[in-house]
Design a protein around this ligand. Structure first.
Ligand code: NAD
Length: 508
């Protein structure tokens, strides 16, 4: 999207940014009523960069009330879809103007490498918002095939107040994935960012005022999960929750819904995604690049991370040699240095969790063929890209989501064994498959139990393709594509009787 600035230019932006810290409710920034805050820590330095409002039940009540008022008054929900589109596109233009600020905020708040923030997170978030904005005035209702004596109209209506509960691994992009379709469909949207990474959502909220999005339509309530997230989950006036995060917390939202108002719940959850490479895969150099990207991108803190490499015996050693060689280009270090491809882990707690899994892998008897250690850079928390060979399908490092730069290599004899290992998981988010045999590719893509299967590449499709999980990787809907709009809409039938009642009366 734009040429990278230098490290000192990014540093200059970081030191001049006015860091957002208050909640954004009814078009205004305000502290939590209790005055409580959560420190926002730069994981690359360990420094507290700001203290962010910690919203609690009373703030959530107030925010939901204002969001409902905006919805009921129709400031946005009844605005002509073309006008909604224009306001959202104005927001995108403002974000584009502030792209460097957004990228730097994302990096210092999350530990992500600035090159990813500039080249992936920010531009993809803008593209997502723009794509859904463009759809706002192009989505039609339907007429039912009910014969000449009736008119059955099937219309879409915004569902109402939508709460979006976000994870910390792609803070701005996950906000955009939900905000795009939910706003375009006419809802009032309340974003609850992860407590570790609230800054880009708050910056986006600030820009929404200038874009002309009416007060109450876009709200950001930072806060702790159980308090702010729980209050939204339980709130009787929230109509839908769109959640991205861990499977364990996702389940809670189903409970919140059951215990409150049966609000609609959409869950995008964890993964233990397989990358299957068969003996006949073309060009192992190319495959190795994708294997490295699939597991190490964003320090492995990626729901679609291919953390299991399931590879046929004949090519395993050659492939691993090439993956190690490709990974040598993945320099880890200070995130604002644009030459680094990997940055810091998101929090000390998460760093400890990943290091613990590396110890578990060693104890389970898998052998480390790359990395396996933390990297000492200042007060930051960094982990080397790590590869375990000789992983058994029942080992914990083969079954549990580590969410770090750790690859588990499982050797198989045949394509059918590869499918059996790949599907032997409670998750089903994404799978990658490498083979030069087209028939095999078609068959295996069908056999893999995952919401997205990519063939001869790693990826997640693009904004036009749905993204979400089979099994315990998802529930109730899909992000991205036009299908994403459905989860933020109600379907209403409007039925007209067109029969000629007078004529019927004459006949009788
Ligand atoms: P998490 O489940 O810990 O937290 C997600 C959100 O839920 C946060 O906003 C958090 O504050 C909130 N929360 C936590 N406890 C809560 C509670 N008791 N009640 C209400 N809300 C609560 O997840 P995380 O650690 O932020 O993110 C990592 C997870 O997200 C991984 O499992 C990853 O696979 C998943 N993820 C999935 C996708 C996808 O599209 N499927 C995308 C990104 C991340």
């Amino acid at each position: 999207m734009s040429a990278l600035l230098t490290e000192s230019e990014f540093e200059a932006i970081a030191s001049s940014i006015d860091l957002p810290s208050n909640a954004f409710i009814n078009g205004k920034f305000m502290s939590a009523k209790s005055g409580k805050t959560i420190p926002s820590v730069n994981p690359a330095t360990g420094d507290v960069i700001t203290d962010v409002a910690a919203c609690q039940v009373e703030d959530i009540d107030f925010a939901v009330g204002k969001a409902r008022e905006a919805f009921d008054r129709g400031y946005w929900s009844r605005l002509h879809p073309t006008e909604r589109k224009h306001a959202m596109i104005k927001l995108v233009k403002l974000m584009k103007r502030h792209r460097h600020e957004l990228a730097v905020l994302e990096s210092i708040d999350s530990g992500k490498p600035i090159s990813d923030c500039v080249e992936i997170d920010v531009p993809e978030s803008l593209h997502c918002l723009e794509w859904h904005a463009e759809a706002a005035d192009k989505l039609y209702g339907k007429i039912s095939p009910s014969g000449d004596d009736a008119l059955g109209m099937i219309v879409r209506e915004p569902i109402g107040v939508v709460a979006c509960i976000l994870p910390w691994n792609f803070p701005l992009m996950m906000a955009a994935w939900k905000l795009g379709p939910a706003l375009a469909s006419g809802n009032s949207v309340i974003i609850k960012p992860a407590p570790q990474t609230s800054l880009t959502a708050l910056k986006l909220a600030e820009l929404s005022i200038e874009a002309g999005i009416p007060p109450g339509v876009l709200t950001v309530v930072p806060g702790d999960g159980p308090e702010a997230g729980g209050a939204l989950g339980m709130h009787p006036d929230v109509n839908a929750v769109s959640f991205t995060g861990s499977t364990v917390i996702g389940r809670r939202f189903l409970e919140y819904s059951a215990r409150s108002n049966l609000k609609r719940i959409v869950l995008e959850l964890g993964g233990k995604n397989p990358c299957v490479v068969l003996d006949d895969a073309d060009n192992l150099d190319y495959v190795a690049e994708h294997v490295a990207q699939a597991v190490f991108w964003n320090m492995g803190q990626n729901c679609s991370s291919n953390s299991r490499l399931i590879v046929q015996k004949g090519i395993k050693n050659d492939l691993l040699e090439k993956v190690i060689e490709k990974t040598s280009d993945w320099r880890t270090g200070y995130p604002l240095d644009p030459s680094n491809k990997l940055g810091a882990m998101n929090t000390r707690e998460h760093f400890n969790k990943v290091m613990n899994y590396i110890n578990i892998g060693k104890e389970e008897g898998a052998s480390i063929i790359l990395g396996g250690e933390s990297i000492d850079i200042g007060n930051g928390i960094y982990i080397e890209p790590t590869i375990f060979d000789g992983v058994g399908r029942d080992m914990r490092i083969s079954r549990e989501e580590i969410f770090g730069p750790v690859l588990s290599v499982i050797e198989v004899d045949s394509p059918s064994e590869a499918i059996s290992v790949a599907n032997d998981t409670e998750y089903g988010l994404q799978a990658s498959l490498f083979t030069s045999n087209v028939k095999q590719a078609h068959r295996m893509a069908r056999d893999l139990q995952a919401g997205t299967v990519t063939v001869n590449c790693f990826g997640e499709g693009d904004i036009s393709t749905p993204f979400g999980g089979y099994k315990q990787s998802g529930f109730g809907g899909r992000d991205n594509s036009l299908l994403a709009h459905d989860q933020y809409c109600e379907t209403k039938t409007i039925w007209y009787d067109l029969s000629d009642n007078d004529q019927d009366a004459d006949l009788s």
